[in-house]
Design a protein around this ligand. Structure first.
Ligand code: SF4
Length: 278
């Protein structure tokens, strides 16, 4: 079976950067290093970090007594940073610069007097952080249709979770435009997301089945699954090569592979190798 890997797949700039930051810190650390939440949505990569670098995970600051706390790519509300410093913890902020930019733009829109609308997953840490940086007052919509209950609005400023689909933002703007005199849109979707989604969409047109590799809790991976499903071919969302069943590919000659922004290369390589062996 021929296996084609998408042109853009796997670790993005922000995740690579966060891993490098943690690895450098772990190499010279005299005190414990703890990430606030899993550094990325990938069980295998997190296990490796714990076993090989002795980096542990805490769900909240209450669980961290001493040492260094690492803020992951999604960022955190400002009061979390303040609390960590008050507790005497060393803070390593690995918030992705694209998320940081969304936080700043959201805060600026509120300063300028716009009603802030955030397009994204309500309970996602990135969305919670962006909203908090803007003072906490925001309308958060996961689906553009949800905005109708808040209309009409006078002055609206929009930011987007960095891993959302452009089509959703376009739909939200179409919903808002007829009802807002002053609409300011900051497209904060990151280039890594755009590249991965475009590459997956194109590849899904040229193959007989698509494999999407990535954590089941990873929002950007789930959106890649949705995009691949827009095509006409079967789509399999897996976390590791172990989930691949040869019987499912009996009639397939060409399969495409893509992967979420938090999927390590070694997992993608395992998947490609196993598919090629079918
Ligand atoms: S997906 Fe984009 S915003 Fe998120 S960590 Fe990667 S580069 Fe940063």
């Amino acid at each position: 079976m021929k296996v084609i890997l998408a042109n853009h797949a796997g670790y993005c700039y922000g995740v690579e950067r966060a891993f490098n930051i943690v690895e450098v810190a772990a190499t010279s650390a005299q005190r414990p290093i703890t990430t606030l939440g899993p550094l990325i949505h990938n069980t295998q990569a997190i296990d490796a970090l714990r076993e090989e670098r002795n980096v542990s995970i805490a769900d909240s600051l209450d669980e961290i007594e001493e040492g260094t706390v690492v803020i992951r790519t999604h960022g955190v509300p400002p009061d979390v940073l303040e609390s960590a410093e008050e507790k005497g913890l060393e803070v390593i902020d690995a918030t992705c610069p694209f998320v940081r930019s969304a936080q700043k733009l959201a805060a600026k829109l509120v300063e300028e007097g716009y009603t802030l609308v955030v397009l994204g997953e309500k309970n996602h840490p990135e969305v919670i952080g962006v909203t908090a940086h803007a003072g906490g007052e925001a309308i958060v919509v996961e689906d553009p249709d949800e905005i109708s209950q808040y209309l009409p609005l006078k002055r609206v400023g929009v930011v987007v979770q960095t891993t959302q689909q452009l089509e959703k933002l376009e739909k939200l703007v179409r919903r808002l435009l007829p009802h807002c005199k002053d609409l300011k849109v900051q497209n904060t979707i990151c280039y890594a997301t755009v590249d991965r989604q475009d590459a997956a969409r194109k590849l899904a047109r040229d193959v007989q089945a698509m494999i999407v590799v990535g954590g089941r809790h990873s929002g950007n991976t789930r959106r890649l699954v949705d995009i691949c499903k827009e095509g006409k071919v079967p789509v399999h969302h897996i976390e590791t090569a172990d989930e691949l069943d040869k019987a499912a590919f009996n009639d397939i000659d060409v399969v495409g592979v893509t992967a979420g922004a938090s999927t390590p290369d070694f997992i993608i390589e395992d998947v490609v190798r196993k598919l090629e062996s079918f």
